[in-house]
Write a protein that binds this ligand. Structure first.
Ligand SMILES: Cc1cc2nc3c(=O)[nH]c(=O)nc-3n(C[C@H](O)[C@H](O)[C@H](O)COP(=O)(O)O)c2cc1C
Length: 189
């Protein structure tokens, strides 16, 4: 079960935008992050939720999608995320959030996968503009955005040879291919 969940827990960037995700679902996902490991058990992460079209539209313009796909500028109308979780660091609790946010993000994405949803971590974001759009107080560092929705694209894993290219690609059928290093390459001893 876990193996399959992890295998299909890919970065999805095209969704059925009409598939609504409600506040309760987002709260359940954040609850998985709440239970994650935290350095010093300080638990400095806070979350902003968005599940309504109007608020979603304030977030979308400040995201950068799939940097390696030079001829694709991101999901078009109808295939955009139906919800977002914005992961924030509360600087009044800690000044550095190293590692906590990665664990939190993976818990959320695995939980989303279990619900038949999918998502993408977006760190290439215009933080200043997003802060203004959502009126995020200065106290919170914007770490990244998790885009969520019902995936409307096929993503497959490929074997990455040691001298191969790490860049993902999309084929003529629109299938997204993600190269991954082999187990033998990454276990060095
Ligand atoms: C810290 C981090 C930041 C990322 N930022 C972005 C981003 O800004 N935009 C985007 O389209 N994908 C982003 N991604 C997704 C990666 O491109 C993706 O994880 C990678 O291509 C491998 O695909 P996979 O997640 O399906 O294994 C990010 C992933 C991580 C872990």
């Amino acid at each position: 079960m876990l193996k399959e969940l992890v295998r299909t827990c890919r970065s999805y960037r095209r969704f059925c935008e009409d598939h609504a995700i409600d506040e309760e679902t987002l709260r359940e996902l954040v609850n998985l992050a709440r239970l994650a490991a935290s350095g010093h058990n300080a638990q400095p992460l806070k979350y902003l939720l968005s599940w309504e079209r109007e608020k979603n539209s304030l977030i979308f313009p400040h995201l950068t999608w799939a940097g390696y796909l030079k001829d694709w500028s991101g999901p078009s109308e109808g295939e955009r995320p139906s919800a977002y979780i914005i992961v924030l660091g509360d600087t009044e609790i800690r000044k550095s959030f190293t590692f906590d946010q990665g664990i939190a993000a993976q818990n959320i994405l695995l939980g989303a996968r279990e619900k038949g949803l999918g998502g993408c971590i977006l760190a290439a974001i215009n933080r200043d503009k997003l802060r203004v759009a959502l009126q995020v107080p200065e106290r919170f560092e914007i770490l990244f955005v998790l885009a969520l929705g019902k995936p409307q694209e096929k993503v497959v894993l490929e074997v990455l040879e040691p001298d191969g290219d790490v860049r993902y690609w999309r084929d003529e059928e629109g299938v997204h291919h993600v190269p991954k290093r082999t187990l033998d390459e990454i276990i060095i001893g």
